[in-house]
Design a protein around this ligand. Sequence first.
Ligand SMILES: Cc1ncc(COP(=O)(O)O)c(C=O)c1O
Length: 446
Amino acid sequence: MDTPIYDFVNDYANGTSVRAHMPGHKGRALPDCGFGDAFGYDITEICGADALFEAKGIIRQSEKNASDIFGTSETIYSAGGSTLCIQTMLAAVCGRGKAFICARNAHRSVINACVLLDLEPIWLYPEYKKGSAVSGEISPESVEDSIISNMDKRPACVFITSPDYLGKIYGIKEIAEVCHKYDIPLLVDNAHGAYLAFLENNLHPIALGADMCCDSAHKTLPVLTGGAYLHTGDRMKISAEELKRNMSLFGSTSPSYLVMESLDLCNKYLAYGIRKDLSETAQRINALKARLSPAYEILDSEPLKLTVNALSCGLSGNDLAARLRERKVEIEYSDAAHAVMMFSVMNTEEDLDRIASAMESIPMPRIRIEPPDIDIMPLKRALSPAEACFSPKERVNTENSLGKIAAETVSVCPPCVPVVTAGEIIDENTIKILKIYSIFQVNVIK
Ligand SMILES: Cc1ncc(COP(=O)(O)O)c(C=O)c1O
């Protein structure tokens, strides 16, 4: 497996050319910079370096390597994370002003894309786990019901998030079959699941029948922050050029070469090294779960997440996260009930040992706390997300927002799952949930 982007930049970084081009650091770091070497590798679209949105050279070659490794029809890179891929996917598949079916536990970037493209999301509410606004169940039957009852709106696609924030993987294969029965493409936000392609049993959305998906490479693979893939499957007849044209509508014209180099270098690892490391890492995480499980209730999740129901041992998820922080363990996400850790092949055995010891040293009240009374319910929509977002707004106390139209999407952040989206009418239940998440002010339409 070659690494054309890294090789080109490495030669340039070690060459003698005077840099009479951007960026302004000229490959040199300021004194006392702890990461000085990186500057030499941070270049722009000089001759031979190709260009992400018009890639015909080393970037395109590297993307084709990634496509071969993942077994996709097309793979293109993003240096703007899954956020940019989500904007691109929705622009490419929906265009402007269309309707699409979207699982409600979507990331904020999906709602923002609706605003930018004036899309109308037809919400598909998961059966939420008790006490959670972020994770639930989406059955193929509920997808089919939604398709059938919204035929008149001609939904351009079905969009779901899998894995979700607590590590739940949805039934992509069965959901894809339903979508294909009605000739509707299935798009998956696989931001948390790039590594799924390298498990013994390939669980990547494209392998399971999704038509398009985004993977935040940076979330679960050894790639710099911002590095992501947009993949298509065989049924999706859309060229890389067309995808890139859409991506260029939203992305910076100066995508980071450091990020692209890290994606390029990662290909070699994905092709030759990751499977064995991943299998060992997954075994170690399983062992960690087993070691902790009598004391903590560990919920089912994808292999690289450890999701704890902290309530079962008398703590809130946020309390558990704070106690771990005191013990020098920083976790990915916590809420009133859950604490979620994310691992990758780069975590060492010692890391996992330290986590086990830290968790074992936390004194626990052991009085089971009931989950917060959260029941996410459908809301009435008065305006489209775009109309609401660009209307005059005012800030009011949450308790005074009853009956008003939300002028912004209010999310539980992280992980940015909307409680109310721009254009929806705030009801009593919404106010209750916002308060549970300590959101005491909201923007509403004037
Ligand atoms: C489910 C999900 N989708 C999309 C995103 C956006 O990904 P990125 O940070 O790569 O832009 C995130 C980020 O946390 C996420 O959790």
